[in-house]
Write a protein that binds this ligand. Sequence first.
Ligand code: NAG
Length: 300
Amino acid sequence: MPLLTFAVALLALLPASQALPASIHYPRASISALSTTQISSFKPYTFYASAGYCNAAKTLAWNCGANCQANPSFVPTASGGDGDTSQFWFVGYDPTLDTVIVSHQGTHPEAILPLIEDADIVPENLDSSLFPGISSSLKAHSGFADAQAKSATQVLAAVNTTMLKHSTNKITLVGHSLGAAISLLDTVYLHLQLPSAALSFVGYGLPRVGNQAFADYVDALGASVTHINNKEDFIPILPGMFLGFVHPAGEVHITDANAWDACPGQDNPSTQCTVGDVKSIFSGEEADHDGPYDGVEIGC
Ligand SMILES: *[C@@H]1O[C@H](CO)[C@@H](O)[C@H](O)[C@H]1NC(C)=O
């Protein structure tokens, strides 16, 4: 093998081999497929994540077409964003699920790739005014942190109001793509701002948001965290682990045969999970990013 080819091959191997500690071993048996009932239980959240793409005036009136009609009893509290310089978002209450819902608009792959790659890629500290007392060892992608900061205080006020009005301490944060990244940051943010809240996060096509300390912090929150990745979608393998980015636990990977496999641990390297299945953006499939997730194509 010519030296240059070998060097290039080695470079390609380096990130993965560095990022996977040899001591961690995931036996195949530890990956389990979700039941049909478990898969169906995500459907309301999938539609809420999809409705995140709808115009703020329409979600405030809960008149956004099929995405709104799928959760007909939803009671909206507030919405915002302009879908251009800031992502749309909405907050409200689902009486059937008895939870506050927070949803953030995402981006489609052609828009998120430049954000992931061009933004200052070195993970940065979280803003101490939004995240009071958070350890400086926790770092997040600056583009995602900037997007979360735009709506943070409005979302907090709306969530607080909704919790009091409907006498619930349950908050479920959803989103797809960039919207999932914003909602994961909101999960940490709301944990700090509303310590009595019981938090759940359901993300779709979540990119890596922060560093190892951030992922460990999310894992230790006591929140229910699920991030669902569809087939060969390559957004969840970005930014790369060799840049210091790590996913929290809670991956569910939809296989080519439409099984939903629960992949334990952080960045599970099994070929049944995203890291093992989608080795690079070149072997990935851009179209899989938007779904379908149990029949739902994300978008408004
Ligand atoms: C939530 O609302 C209550 C009542 O208005 C207020 O006292 C409290 O400061 C609010 N909390 C946050 C974190 O905004």
